[in-house]
Ligand binder design. Structure first.
Ligand code: ADP
Ligand code: MG
Ligand code: ZN
Length: 378
């Protein structure tokens, strides 16, 4: 099958060898080589497709992320493009790690932007829990022993992922290893957008997911420990099958109430509690500290090697169940222009419910991505 990438196409499904869409006439092979097979997911700024690279022998699968840019205001196009470029630059820089998808291509065609990356065949941890049920303590420790060294590598590259969650971690079917995806929200500590003169109006923005992103990230101050918090929330999901929005919070401290729902050893409970500290000061400051506390520091490799992992496969339904993410837009001090643009984008990009909220009243009620933006009044 071929799939038409024109977002307004009425009948995007085409036969395997067609060159042009039978419905709207769009080219079905991008850049003369990438044939799109089917959509994998729809996000706030674009769509993710499964494709085949017809220029290579064997026509290997790849993932194509399409940035929708035509229907929104120039300012929002610029913001969306920056997020997209962040992902391309990040993958280009650190995508040679075996647990990060490789960046294969990045191009513009018919005023649309495309990012091509290695396809990781497997289930996300969210799909895995839905299919196989929750993890026990051993499973969670194994998860930590794999994800923490990867996070350590990302932090050593001076980057904060900012959107770690079960839907952004794929277990590769081939070898059972975890692969971290979705680098669009990455905060690059070295060259922050705020330092670029053309970005003066848009001082900072970050993407995260409410409930997975800690408080400091929601107010646009992500730090390395923000990723540690997100890994902690991911562990709670793995242990309970519940998203943060379905858990209770201590109204006085803002702490997530999870202890009574799980049966974990004192050691793991203490570590999780410290990963999930609301205050950055009380949380682990580095991945190394977490590894040390878990006694995983010196035998991470043996731990992952010794524990056999089944090979997982993914069904069509599971892949396509991943669509429809709604984003919440929020700003620190929004100008009217920005509010207007946001409203336009809300209708244009998604035609779905997007809420405009102030960061002071964010409710952690959704497991969907959040888009936060800060504008300075000049
Ligand atoms: N490299 C990849 N290999 C396999 N599946 C992927 C890959 N990248 C994305 N996906 C699938 O597409 C979904 C959306 O992609 P993602 O990069 O997370 O974009 P978004 O910003 O829309 O969340 C993921 O949850 C995953 O199911
Ligand atoms: Mg994602
Ligand atoms: Zn079409």
């Amino acid at each position: 099958m071929s799939y038409c990438v024109n977002s307004t196409c009425r009948n995007p499904e085409n036969s395997a060898y067609s060159q042009r869409c039978h419905s709207c006439g769009s080219q079905l092979v991008l850049r003369d080589r990438y044939r799109v097979i089917k959509p994998l997911a729809q996000g706030g700024f674009g769509t993710t497709f499964l494709a085949q690279d017809e220029a290579l022998p064997g026509q290997p699968s790849c993932v194509i992320k399409q940035l929708r840019s035509s229907e929104v205001t120039p300012m929002l196009v610029q913001m969306a493009r920056s997020l997209f470029e962040t992902e391309a630059v990040t993958l280009g820089k650190i995508g040679n790690h075996p647990q990060i998808p490789r960046l294969l291509d990045y191009f513009e065609e018919h005023e649309q932007f495309y990012l091509v990356q290695e396809y990781i065949h497997g289930m996300t941890l969210q799909q895995e829990v839905k299919q196989n049920g929750v993890f026990g303590e051993v499973g969670v420790k194994q998860f930590l022993s794999e994800i923490l060294p990867l996070l350590q590598y990302i932090h050593e590259c001076k980057m904060i992922h900012c959107d770690i969650k079960p839907a952004n971690i794929v277990r590769r079917a081939q070898d059972g290893k975890l692969v971290l995806i979705d680098f669009g929200a990455v905060k690059n500590q070295v060259s922050q957008l705020a330092n670029q003169p053309e970005q003066r109006a848009l001082t900072a923005y970050a993407i995260g997911t409410p409930g997975f992103a800690p408080v400091e990230q929601m107010v646009l101050r992500p730090v390395f420990a923000s990723d540690i918090y997100a890994v902690g929330v991911t562990c709670i999901y793995l242990l309970t099958g519940k998203f943060p929005k379905d858990l209770d919070y201590n109204p006085r401290t803002g702490e997530m109430l999870w202890k009574q729902l799980v049966q974990t050893s004192d050691q793991l409970s203490v570590v999780l509690r410290k990963m999930l500290e609301v205050s950055v000061h009380n949380r682990y400051q580095s991945v190394e500290q977490v590894l040390k506390a878990l006694d995983l520091e010196f035998y991470v490799d043996t731990f992952t090697q010794d524990t056999p992992v089944e090979s997982f496969t993914v069904s069509k339904e599971q892949m396509s169940a991943y669509s429809q993410e709604s984003r919440i837009l929020c700003g620190n001090s929004c100008t009217d222009l920005f509010k207007q643009s946001v409203a336009q984008m809300a209708t244009a990009i998604q035609a779905k419910s997007i809420k405009m909220v102030d960061t002071s009243c964010i409710k952690l009620t959704s497991n969907e991505p959040i888009f936060t933006a800060a504008i300075v009044d000049e």
